[in-house]
Ligand binder design. Structure first.
Ligand code: AMP
Length: 616
């Protein structure tokens, strides 16, 4: 790779708990260690002794300076205080919100945003690299979870910039893991990346063909991981303690902490051995010791481990694949060292998983491979990812019009034509959303903007091209242009807040739960929009051609319009369609041919048809 003067590009795994920096040495990706040989930089920032500390130095102050030590900052990147939800428990330190509800964390006399705090970790990694290479190192690739939305990716990129990095690309963690195994150099194949860490589970399906590397689907569970296995062992220990007649261990926080540590130690020992001894030393209580077998342990954690199977099946279904289509399975995350997890993945995907690389380092190693590609040594590989939720805009009647569907590979773009609803309309408000529901109100607003300066023309005449473009980092640009006058407006979306993976999952689940009612609501909204525009056109024609229509006919049309208006208030789309048909019939033979034609021209012009929807 380019360790010459021209270009050093490094790969960074900016983790929730620990971060790593790696580069490709010759042909081999390597994680950079500090002078003491530590590979991991704890993702921790602390204010102590009048200064800010990061990494190992900060972690040392974790316990005695809990109130001024910040960890798990990745959970807050690109999210506002509303969206933090149950992750609030990870935020025991003081924080403020600004007018956009963005979090500012107090450390010493100053406050810092999550990107600024992440930047401190990224700066430590930068110093590590510069020490290693003995010269400035500015270019980096940073990994993020595949489910990170635009805002979270942008926040990560911002953190890189603040730290002085030129962030060449934001890469999905599973994509990096597959790269670490060199799977991009293989023949055409499909890969499953199974990532089980301490607190979260992620599954991704990637497809590699002819040098093109794509993420087909992602899924997982944000509350499933090694901590759950530890908890099962803690329960087992608690039973042993109570069987020994020792009372109340679970009420004492110190005792719980000791049980947790012993549980994790025993769990890790059982990954390598078929039995493990445990020793429970609780403050002021008699010691309790015993032995547990791997079989016993596996029995108690099997139901939890098996919960990873569901998201795997769902991701396969989303990718329209079966387990037989998977050519390689890659394991990431400390918990995948467990034999039970290896067996389980083997059963789910019908093959032995790749386990040669250290599951804690594999993402950083892959980031280094990507850095190497971008550094210019391997131009044959292009990395692509997918968007987690559909993107689109609101059209008349509050309908969500999808332009890009979820799980579409990025970079991508889509364009659709829209028009105006009212005669002489010179501006259009755009409402950009993401989500899976049929009505805009049920989805999530990303941005609103206005296209002004549209020439005043009859409704339905202006042609407004709306284009959505997502770059390789998942950052969205929306452009609207009136094609005759060429007036245009564009916006880069950096919404003030992001979404958690749980919320993404919930939004997808909601769309299934509400599929039927959403379908009806959309049909109704569309019928009402059409009815409104027809009433508008008929009223206009009646006014213009007053002398040509008999009283009797006018009364018939009026009563037909009343009927249509009533069905609109009743919100019954079948009745609305019938009433539209009725009005259509009643107006058919109105007066002479010329009036008839004029009337129908008007109806046609303002009707909402096909992919040319109207926007208010
Ligand atoms: P990660 O979030 O990827 O760093 O994974 C951390 C989780 O992996 C923690 O729950 C650890 O207890 C767990 N872990 C690490 N090594 C092992 C091992 N050898 N066997 C079982 N679990 C492990």
């Amino acid at each position: 790779m380019g360790t010459d003067q021209a270009d050093i590009v490094v790969g960074i795994d900016l983790g929730t708990t620990n971060s790593l920096i790696a580069y490709v040495d010759g042909d081999t990706p390597k994680v950079l260690a500090d002078t003491d040989g530590n590979l991991l930089v704890p993702s921790v920032v602390s204010f102590a002794e009048g200064k800010l500390l990061t990494g190992i130095d900060a972690k040392e102050h974790w316990v005695e300076r809990a109130e001024s030590t910040v960890y798990s900052i990745k959970r807050f990147m690109g999210r506002d205080s509303n969206e933090v939800g149950e992750d609030r428990e990870y935020l025991p330190f003081a924080f403020e919100e600004d007018e956009n509800r963005l979090i500012h964390i107090q450390l010493g006399s100053k406050t810092y945003t999550p990107p600024e705090l992440s930047a401190m970790i990224l700066r430590e990694l930068k110093q590590r690299a510069e020490k290693h290479f003995g010269r400035p190192v500015n270019k980096a690739v940073i990994t993020v979870p595949a489910y990170f939305n635009d805002t979270q990716r942008q926040a990560t990129k911002d953190a890189g910039k603040i730290a002085g990095w030129d962030v060449l690309r934001i890469v999905n963690e599973p994509t990096a893991a597959a790269l670490a195994y060199g799977l991009d150099r293989k023949e055409k194949q499909t890969v499953a990346v199974y990532d089980l860490g301490g607190g979260t589970f992620d599954i991704s399906i990637l497809k590699l063909s002819e040098g093109i590397f794509r993420v087909l689907a992602t899924g997982g569970d944000t509350h499933l991981g090694g901590d759950d296995f530890d908890r099962q062992l803690m329960k087992y220990f608690a039973e042993k303690i109570s069987a020994a007649g020792v009372s109340g261990p679970m009420d004492d926080p110190r005792a719980i902490q000791l049980l947790r540590q012993e549980a994790e130690r025993v769990k890790i020992a059982l990954s390598a051995n078929s039995t493990a001894n445990f020793l429970l030393t609780l403050p002021g209580k008699p010691e309790i010791s015993g032995t547990i077998s791997r079989d016993e342990f596996e029995e108690m954690i099997r139901p939890i481990a098996q919960r990873t199977a569901g998201p795997c099946k769902q991701a396969l279904a989303d990718a329209k694949l079966t387990p037989e289509d998977i050519d390689a399975v890659v394991l990431v995350g400390g918990s995948t060292r467990m034999p039970l997890i290896r067996e389980l993945t083997e059963r789910i995907f019908g093959q032995k998983p790749y386990t040669d690389l250290n599951p804690d380092e594999v993402v950083a190693l892959g980031a280094a491979v990507q850095a190497d590609i971008l550094g210019g040594s391997r131009r044959d590989t292009l990395l692509l990812d997918v968007i987690p939720l559909s993107l689109g805009i609101e059209t008349m009647g509050g309908v969500f019009s999808r332009l890009i569907h979820r799980n579409t590979t990025i970079p991508t773009s889509a364009q659709e034509m829209f028009t105006t609803f009212v005669d002489g309309q010179t501006s259009v408000d755009f409402h950009v959303l993401q989500g899976e529901r049929e009505l805009a109100a049920d989805n999530r607003t990303l941005a609103r903007f206005k296209l002004t300066g549209i020439p005043p023309l009859p409704a339905g005449i202006p042609r407004i091209a709306v284009q959505l473009m997502i770059d390789a980092d998942g950052i969205l640009q929306v452009k609207a242009q009136e094609t005759r006058s060429k007036v245009e407006q564009s916006i880069e979306i950096r919404p003030s807040s992001g979404l958690t993976k749980d919320e993404v999952e919930r939004m997808i689940d909601d769309s299934f739960d509400h599929a039927e009612e959403d379908f009806l609501a959309r049909q109704t909204a569309e019928a009402i929009t059409e009815a409104k525009s027809i009433i508008h056109a008929v009223e206009k024609s009646l006014r213009k051609n007053e002398d040509l229509i008999s009283e009797a006919k006018r009364a018939m049309i009026a009563s037909s319009m009343e009927r249509l208006k009533k069905t609109m208030t009743d919100k019954d789309h079948g009745a609305i369609r019938d009433a539209i048909d009725h009005l259509d019939k009643v107006t058919h033979d109105v007066a002479e041919k010329i009036l008839n034609r004029a009337l129908h021209e008007a109806i046609k012009d303002t009707s909402v048809t096909g992919n040319q929807s109207a926007i208010e």
